[in-house]
Structure formats: C-alpha cells, structure tokens
Design a protein around this ligand. Structure first.
Ligand SMILES: C[S@@+](CC[C@H](N)C(=O)[O-])C[C@H]1O[C@@H](n2cnc3c(N)ncnc32)[C@H](O)[C@@H]1O
Length: 372
C-alpha cells in the first residue's frame, strides 16, 4: 500500500482504516510538513499538519477545540479548512506563537511596518539595557545588544506580537549553544568546538542581526502565503490549565497531549520567557520531563490527562468526536475513554520515520478516535 497523500480528497465518508499514514520523507517532505506559518518558530513536540487535515476533514463540523494547542498546528489547519477553532495551552509563549500564526494581517501594512523596523534597526543606537543573567550567560554581548535593540524597536507596533516571535527565533539561533544541542543545550560554549551535527570544528555565533534580518523576511513570506489560504473564521487562544479552564461549546476535539516525561514545555523556550518577561506556569504542565516517568509520574500523568478529556467532554456536542494523537508506549490510554465520558471508535497505529539528526529514532504513534 502507498502512503496516503491525497489529503484534500478526504470527506466525512472516507474510510480512514483503508489509508496508510506511515509517511517517509519522500512521501511527505519536510518543506510540506513545515509549510507557511507552521515554521515561524522551532517547537519540539509538534504533530504533522497533514495528519490533522485528514482527521478534521473527516470529523469536524463547525468548531474545533485543541486543549493542548502548543504551537498551533490544529488551529492553523482548522482555519485554512474553514472551521472556527479554540486552542488552550498552559504555556504563555505557546499561546503567543499560535496566536501570531493564526492572526489576520493586513499584509501591506505589515510589510511597510517591517521595512520601517529593519531601517530603524540600522539607525538606532545600541541598547543600554542589560538583559537577565540567563541572557547574559547564553548570548554573546553583541548578540544580546542587537536583540535588546530590536526588542525596544518593536514596542507598541501594530504587529508587535509577530515581531516578538521573530525576536525569540533569532535569540534561539544566536544562543551560545553547540549546533548538536539546540533542543536541549547543557552549557554555553565560548570558543570553537567539535560539532557533532556538522562533523567539523564550529564556532559559536557572535551576532544576532543576521538572524533578525533573515527571520523577519522569512516570516513575512510565510504570513503572506498563509493569508491567501486562511478562511474568515474565528480563532481563539485561551491561556490556562485545560483540566480546569471553562471551555466553549465545540463539536470536535483534535489534539496531541504531552507524552509522559519527555519534554519541559516552558523550559524549551526559556530564552523567550526571559526576553519577553513572560510569567511561567511549569507547575501546571502535565507529564513534564522534569518529573520523569516513574510509576508515580505515570499515575499523575494519567489522572491529569483524564481530567482534561472529562473537561472537554462536558463541552463537546453529543456524538462529537475527539481525535487524540499520542505516543502511548506505557499503555496509559487503553481504557481512558471510559473514565472521561467517551466511547472508543477507532485506534490507528502510525510508524513515525525520523529522517536524520540526533533524534533520529523511529517510534509508533497512536491515533485514537473517541465519540462523546
Ligand atoms: C505535544 S504538545 C502539543 C503540540 C501541538 N499539537 C503542536 O503541533 O504544536 C502538548 C502541549 O500541551 C501543553 N500542556 C501541558 N500541560 C497542560 C495543561 N495542564 N493544560 C494545557 N496545556 C498543557 C504544553 O505546553 C504543550 O504545548
């Protein structure tokens, strides 16, 4: 069987059990998985937009909820398919990122403003702000000066939130992190080092201006493309804990929950929290890496996830579906639907092929379809 790629042909009548979602790089290349705004900022733990598209085409009717919206994949796909969407996330930076991806832009005004910022960046005197100890430790003094100058320049602008994302993406690239440790850097490097990603001697970067310029351009390009596809629907982001937040009424839930003990979602964007001065809510994350995957951690995780889906069930139309994409190697989801007011309709297993890089292990992902 050939992996399925005729995504736009899916309708509510399509029998998904007949389709193969085990894409290899050649079937679904990275440039398609990171099309338009999906690549405005790196984010560990994203799911594949085309998978979301297939399941939304099959099950969504008018309004979709993602209680773990992360970088906003569900919301971006829903908005290009013509569904209203609501996303919830406990991390403020993730909410900002998803909002920026799905906002409506006057593209001409945005381009004018961005040009103005790029020009002012050249004329503006260096910033005399100092930055936090973390930023001083992880950024070369020149990079930090440039980032703080940009931060000052974007304050109060019409599309400030979008530039904040450009700022954070540039800071991430400018960090004194070895290339082979960009996801989880342990210590800043101060001189040339043996790079395990490029198999040669690499040097830490000493400036952020080139990243700011490059990412500003790239962001405009991506937003332009998305603006052509986005339908006039409503997209809302709610910041908070999905276990207890009051949710709106919806007809479909589409989500990928955190995996137990794998990622610290606030910590992975620490530079962003420091640069933007955002408050953190690490303690409300379900299943963070910092709590590991002990028996107790797994039990807490399961309880937390059950509380989120019970909360969703209260606001989901009777007969509405919840599609949950999760790596369930600890078998924590088998009977979970019964505890949260759902019946199990389907369960697909998908072989996830990782292409290259240091995280290139293969694994299985389950797609659970529950009905209210
Ligand atoms: C696997 S990621 C979702 C990724 C998303 N599907 C995407 O493609 O970007 C899980 C998300 O759940 C969020 N999260 C963890 N605990 C939460 C909680 N108690 N309430 C709401 N969101 C939470 C994390 O911040 C993270 O963004």
């Amino acid at each position: 069987m050939q992996p399925f790629t005729r995504f736009s042909s899916v309708t509510s009548k399509t029998d998904l059990a007949r389709l193969d979602f085990d894409w290899h790089e050649k079937d679904l290349p990275e440039r398609d998985r990171t099309k338009h705004v999906h690549r405005l900022h790196p984010y560990l733990g994203k799911y594949v937009p085309q998978l979301v598209e297939v399941f939304l085409r099959k099950y969504a009717r008018r309004i979709v909820l993602d209680p773990f919206s992360g970088s906003g994949t569900t919301l971006v796909e829903a908005s290009t398919l013509g569904f209203d969407a609501v996303g919830v996330d406990v991390s403020l930076f993730n909410c900002l990122l998803a909002k920026v991806k799905t906002d409506v832009y006057d593209v001409q005004k945005l381009e004018r403003e961005a040009r103005d910022i790029a020009q002012a960046f050249l004329d503006e005197p260096a910033s005399d702000e100092a930055g936090t100890p973390y930023l001083r430790e992880w950024l070369h003094p020149r990079s930090l000066r440039e980032l703080l100058r940009f931060r000052r320049l974007i304050r109060g602008r019409r599309y400030e939130d979008l530039y904040k994302v450009v700022l954070c993406r540039s800071a991430r690239s400018a960090r004194l992190a070895p290339h082979h440790e960009l996801d989880f850097p342990k210590e800043p490097v101060s001189g040339p080092y043996r790079c395990r990603k490029h198999s040669r001697l690499c040097r830490p970067t000493q400036g952020a201006a080139k990243f700011l310029r490059r990412y500003l351009e790239d962001t405009l390009e991506r937003v332009r493309e998305y603006a052509r596809l986005r339908k006039p629907v409503s997209v809302r982001l709610l910041h908070g804990d999905a276990r207890s937040l009051r949710l709106p009424l919806v007809d479909t839930v589409m989500t990928s929950p955190p995996y137990v003990g794998l990622i610290d979602y606030h910590e992975q964007h620490r530079y962003a929290y420091e640069l933007l001065g955002l408050p953190r809510h690490d303690g409300s994350e379900i299943g963070p890496a910092s709590r590991g995957s002990s028996r107790k951690a797994k039990a807490d995780y399961r309880e937390g996830i059950a509380a989120v889906f019970a909360n969703c069930a209260r606001r989901l139309e009777k007969g509405g579906h919840a599609v949950i994409v999760v790596g369930d190697r600890h078998d924590l989801y088998s009977d979970l639907h019964k505890e949260c007011g759902f019946e199990l309709v389907d369960r697909f297993e998908r072989h996830v092929n990782r292409r290259t890089g240091l995280r290139s292990h293969d694994f299985y992902e389950s797609i659970l379809v529950w009905r209210r």
